[in-house]
Design a protein around this ligand. Structure first.
Ligand code: TEU
Length: 509
């Protein structure tokens, strides 16, 4: 959940914890059993809260620590557990440690400070690039440079320093003590750095800052803390190598990690099937449950991605003005919802996905995401998937909040996606998500998956008790096994009971 855009309780134009609390019944009705909150801590919001100034305080724009405690307890009362987001790679440049470091204190050791190269130290210490574009180094007036893999306002911490490790374990305890049941670990493969900070050499192993072995020791000690509280981790681990990925999921490390292979996979039957197989195969040896993700607060919304010629997701391919067929994208997104909710493991639904929201074109002058600015304006950035939600069609700001303009503009026509419009419409995306989440236990929890024979372009698998999910991505209609009971369909079947292209069904044989 991207709190800033979920619901605005106090009318200042920014979503907040009061807004979430008021909407907990909606979330319970949707059937969610856990909520992951992107960072709600005190932050200058240079990167939507991923620049944390104080982990033990809630940002005043979102509320207070007492509000967070109430939210955690109320959610728990509805059977919903809370997952907070911890950002170990970096802090805000307004964090007390960095303020002291900037002033020249010994806190510099908690970060990566180095003299520059060149005759006058005018060149960065190495050639690393920021994930948001541009150099990963910024020079201070006193001549030293500091490392930031993201924005300059997000200095990287030095994980070789014991105080950095101690502090994070303390922060974990702080939130577990407040009833938090899980932690999402931001940029989980990035915090450890080669202490020599060498230039990047393509293909050299180990990488100077991605997926370094030292990290596993950190997560083992985090796991010991989580075990004291029976809490779980979900890691944001972007790694192409499935064996390296699975190492984070060993029994004494993280419980789960996001499935970015699935999230970036194109809408093609053979690719999706291979992705499902690889996912299950990489998780099996470590005994960790898989996760299924179609989008999040960083990437193009599902309905838009699937409505384009290129249905994969790649940060590098993002551009302004990509032609999009939203009706096609919505049809596929509905089928993808039934596919992902039928697979064994945990499904993450990003707020608004259950409403079928498309990516919005944010007017250039309203963009705030640093990814846009660091790309010199070439990349539209991530604001298009972070638009404040529409709740009530006729209300100001589509019911997002009672007062000021939302912090990002809602596009024209946004109200047509409002919750109150979809609520009682059996054909809506919201109705589909509610029905699917309610029915999902028919697949038998952890029951294994067996592929069934099916024509090219059709994915069909069964799990427990003869329950089947079939998805037709081919242009020829697909006739499911005769005499099967139809449990749920993502769209209308044809007159002969066959699935048209981009339609999924759940059946009981
Ligand atoms: O994202 C980290 C990350 O590496 C990918 O999402 C992606 O590579 C990045 O957005 C651009 O390359 C996490 C958060 O999800 C994101 O919102 C934050 O901006 C980022 O960390 C920094 O904390």
């Amino acid at each position: 959940m991207y709190v800033r855009s979920f619901a605005d309780g106090d009318g200042d134009g920014t979503g907040d914890l009061a807004g979430v609390r008021a909407r907990l019944p909606y979330l319970a009705e949707l059937g969610v059993d856990a909520l992951w909150f992107t960072p709600w801590y005190r932050s200058p919001m240079k990167d939507g809260g991923y620049d944390v100034a104080d982990y033990r305080a809630v940002d005043p724009a979102f509320g207070t620590l007492a509000d967070a405690e109430k939210l955690i307890a109320e959610a728990r009362g509805l059977g919903i557990r809370t997952i907070v987001d911890i950002v170990p790679n970096h802090v805000s440049d307004q964090h007390p440690w960095f303020r002291a470091a900037r002033a020249g204190g010994p806190e510099r050791e908690l970060f990566h400070f180095r003299p520059g190269r060149g005759a006058h130290g005018e060149l960065p210490p190495n050639d690393w690039r920021s994930e948001f574009g541009g150099p990963a180094w910024t020079r201070l007036p006193d001549g030293d440079w500091y490392l930031h893999l993201f924005a300059p306002e997000q200095p990287d911490l030095n994980w070789a320093h014991p105080a950095v490790r101690r502090e994070h374990e303390d922060v974990l305890r702080f939130w577990f003590e407040r009833g938090v049941a899980g932690v999402r670990i931001d940029s989980a493969a990035l915090p450890a750095k080669d202490p020599r900070l060498p230039d990047f050499v393509e293909g050299r192993d180990p990488h100077p800052y991605v997926d370094r072995d030292e990290l596993h020791d950190v997560y083992r000690s985090w796991r010991a803390v989580a075990d004291e509280y029976d809490a779980v981790f979900v890691g944001e681990v972007w790694l192409p190598d499935s064996e390296r990925f699975a190492r984070y999921l060993r029994p004494d490390e993280l419980h789960t990690a996001f499935n970015f292979a699935f999230m970036t996979c194109p809408w093609q039957a053979d690719r999706l099937r291979a992705c499902v197989d690889e996912t299950l195969a990489e998780h099996a040896p470590v005994g960790a449950p898989a996760t299924w993700v179609l989008c999040n607060h960083d990437v193009t919304r599902t309905v838009t991605r699937y409505g384009r010629a290129d249905t994969a997701f790649d940060f590098a391919a993002k551009a302004f003005g990509t032609p999009t067929d939203l009706a096609l994208g919505a049809r596929r997104a509905r089928a993808a919802a039934l596919l992902s909710l039928a697979l064994p493991g945990a499904v993450y639904v990003y707020q608004g996905e259950e409403l079928g929201l498309p990516e919005a074109d944010v007017p250039v002058e309203r963009i705030v995401d640093p990814m846009h600015f660091r790309s010199d304006g070439a990349d539209p950035g991530r604001d298009g998937c972070r638009i404040p939600l529409p709740w009530t069609a006729g209300a100001p700001h589509a019911g997002f909040g009672p007062g000021r303009e939302p912090w990002l503009p809602q596009p024209a026509g946004w109200a047509s996606y409002a919750v109150d419009r979809q609520q009682d419409d059996p054909g809506s995306m919201l109705a589909l998500y509610r029905a699917a989440i309610r029915l999902r236990p028919v697949f038998g929890g952890d029951a294994p998956l067996t592929w069934l024979p099916a024509p090219d372009g059709v994915l069909a698998f069964s799990r427990a008790d003869g329950v089947v999910c079939a998805v037709n991505l081919a242009d020829a209609p697909y006739a499911p096994p005769a005499a099967a009971e139809l449990l749920l369909a993502s769209g209308p079947l044809d007159d002969e009971g066959r699935l048209p292209q981009d339609t999924a069904v759940w059946l009981r044989l």
